[in-house]
Write a protein that binds this ligand. Structure first.
Ligand code: FE2
Ligand code: FE2
Length: 178
């Protein structure tokens, strides 16, 4: 089966299981930390590689977006009277990917793959009939940002870094069970 089709099917099965087992809102509690973790990772990239000019502007925009995404998720959790969970101590996808970064371009390549993962998952969730309306609306607010982040980071990464980071990406995907 084509790789994208396979991922699409896996994502649908994952989502259907979450809904069936009543775990969709606990996924949202984890997504809060994924967004906040994203913001902090991008901040770390800026601190470590010191981009300037338009690259710095792009990163600053992305960081502000990720903090805003976390706030939007927190607001929805509040509506459901769900607390924030303690911050996770490890991230399955990022642990193997982060260690493979050796340059600013590598960091952008890692970032764009992460954004693509979020983007693809959100697209499936928005279209799937099992997703509750309020989560759909939240994801529809966030999705255009993730699409833009994936594009911007991909342009800054370039093909060489995308190729260099590919094995680390595959390791991260394997850790996610994909
Ligand atoms: Fe985000
Ligand atoms: Fe993003």
């Amino acid at each position: 089966m084509h790789q994208l089709q396979h991922l699409h099917q896996r994502t649908c099965l994952w989502l259907e299981a979450l809904v069936r087992e009543g775990r969709l809102y606990s996924w949202l509690q984890r997504l809060y930390w994924a967004e906040l973790g994203g913001a902090r990772r991008f901040q770390e990239i800026v601190t470590r590689w010191r981009p300037s000019g338009t690259a710095l502007e792009a990163y600053e925009g992305i960081i502000a977006d990720e903090f805003r995404h976390a706030d939007l998720i927190k607001a929805l959790l509040d509506q459901h009277e769900l607390p924030l969970l303690p911050a996770p101590t490890s991230e399955r996808y990022w642990d193997p990917v982060w260690g493979g970064i050796t340059s600013f371009e590598d960091a952008c390549a890692a970032g764009t793959r992460g954004e693509m993962l979020a983007r693809n998952r959100f697209r499936v969730m928005i279209k799937h009939p099992v997703t509750p309306q309020d989560i759909c609306e939240l994801l529809m607010q966030i999705l255009p940002d993730e699409v833009r982040h994936a594009k911007l980071l991909g342009e800054m990464a370039g093909n060489e870094a995308m190729k260099r980071m590919h094995p680390h990406h595959l390791e991260g995907m394997a850790a996610l069970g994909l």
